[in-house]
Design a protein around this ligand. Structure first.
Ligand code: F6R
Length: 241
């Protein structure tokens, strides 16, 4: 595991974008695993600029997002489908047919989850997985528990996650209670993992992931067993290391 500490979140974003750009330059038809939330926003802004400058080409890549809320329409202002369009896909030369975000609206979500995993395997697996980390150590929406769940699945969000994500909604009551998330095996099968953590509210989760035991109560701790993982941290997120 490699841990890189930067002065601030802007630098972390630039570093993450640089790694993704390098991936796409080396292998233009890469399969990217993408994340939503606040952490990757500076990274996506940098990628948009690199695409505008002709440095990064998205036309041949395929992407699979980590997760989506259950029960909100794809065009809902808080949906992760909408987030990806607003923050990245609408601004780069991506073929949207090659971008995937799991559906949180289907009647049979277990079937959606199984098909999502199969699609990733058929696409050749994820070359580079971008991750954020929850205050409780979650990756994707794999919440603290007594085991690591391997495949894509429906998750009951914990109170900590609901509170953390209330900032995107009008009120806590509006935050969906369930999500569909890639499982830990799909994340661990990625050939390279890039985790972004910025801000002091991530410091404890980062410390437990980097220095604690591998423990499903801190789902990100499993990344320590990944052969090619890099944590990109700002000083605040690294403050307990
Ligand atoms: C988002 C995701 C989550 C977030 C995490 C951190 O697709 O899977 O694990 O990465 O909740 O969220 P932010 O970056 O908003 O602090």
């Amino acid at each position: 595991m490699q841990v890189c500490v930067f002065e601030n979140a802007a630098q972390v974003g630039k570093a993450a974008a640089t790694l993704i750009a390098a991936q796409l330059i080396e292998k233009p038809d890469s399969v990217l695993g993408l994340a939503t939330g606040s952490s990757p926003v500076p990274c996506y802004k940098n990628l948009i600029e690199m695409n505008r400058q002709g440095v990064v080409d998205f036309s041949r890549m395929t992407s699979y997002n980590l997760d989506e809320y259950v029960g909100i329409p794809e065009d809902h202002v808080c949906s992760y489908h909408r987030f990806m369009n607003d923050e990245l896909f609408d601004h780069v030369n991506v073929n949207k047919a090659n971008t995937h975000v799991p559906s949180g609206l289907a009647e049979d979500l277990d079937a959606v989850a199984a098909a999502y995993d199969e699609d990733i395997v058929k696409a050749g697996g994820i070359d580079l997985q971008l991750l954020g980390i929850g205050r409780n150590g979650h990756i994707g929406f794999n919440e603290p528990g007594d085991k690591f769940i391997p495949g894509c699945h429906v998750v009951e969000l914990t109170q900590s996650t609901i509170e953390a994500n209330t900032r995107f909604f009008d009120s806590e009551a509006d935050v969906p209670r369930k999500a569909i998330s890639l499982g830990i095996s799909s994340i661990m099968n990625a050939r390279k993992v890039v985790l972004i953590a910025t801000g002091a509210d991530k410091a404890e989760a980062v410390r437990l992931s980097v220095k604690g035991a591998v423990d499903p109560q801190v789902q990100a701790s499993i990344l320590r067993t990944h052969p090619n993982v890099i944590f990109l941290l700002d000083k605040a997120a690294a403050s307990q290391l």
